[in-house]
Design a binder for this molecule. Sequence first.
Ligand SMILES: Nc1nc2c(c(=O)[nH]1)N[C@H]1C(S)=C(S)[C@@H](COP(=O)(O)O)O[C@H]1N2
Ligand SMILES: [Mo]
Length: 205
Amino acid sequence: MAGEDSGFVSRGFVGKPHGQGADRLPPGQYLERGFPVLTAGPTPRIEPSEWSFRIDGMVGNELEWTWDEFARLPAEEIPCDIHCVTKWSKLDTSFRGVSVDVLLESARPEGAFSMAYSFGGYTTNLSLEDLTGGRAWVVTEHEGAPLPREHGGPARLLVPHLYFWKSAKWVRGLRIMDHDEPGFWEANGYNNHGDPWKEERYWTD
Ligand SMILES: Nc1nc2c(c(=O)[nH]1)N[C@H]1C(S)=C(S)[C@@H](COP(=O)(O)O)O[C@H]1N2
Ligand SMILES: [Mo]
């Protein structure tokens, strides 16, 4: 059967003809074609009308956008690869959202650290260095459709250059801080930084 052959070929080459070779898979990761769901605890149900996004803490200007206000901010398409600490990587996916650079612009941050916080209580810490320079977004769409609830809809953080636990689902704000503090997983054994290319998985890495 022809399908068996083409299936073998595409697995055998893990997409290499399309430029998805081993050079795009960080050490210790495997290719995942689907989009697994990983959530600690229940999946919150947040209507867009109840959603808002805040920037608070050590800023010159605290900000908050409602869903409608957020929808008027400049959004961009973000083609990316994502890497989960549980070892799956998904290549060539895409999200749409607003760059954290845009969100921070008028907040005037006065600290170099932040805690992203979510509906449901999840937190994760990120330095402003990792959140700026076109490397982090608050996204509301995945592959052209509204972000599914199980993947963080209506909105999640997207920080594709770090392990995916840093991409807080159901995100509702960023607290700017003058010091670093561990978030939920960082206090429970995961690495403080989480660079997949350096395999910064756990405390001891
Ligand atoms: N609010 C919230 N965000 C979260 C999590 C969570 O449990 N709650 N899990 C994190 C982890 S460990 C991973 S791997 C990714 C999984 O995202 P996905 O379910 O869309 O694949 O979300 C991250 N963001
Ligand atoms: Mo994870």
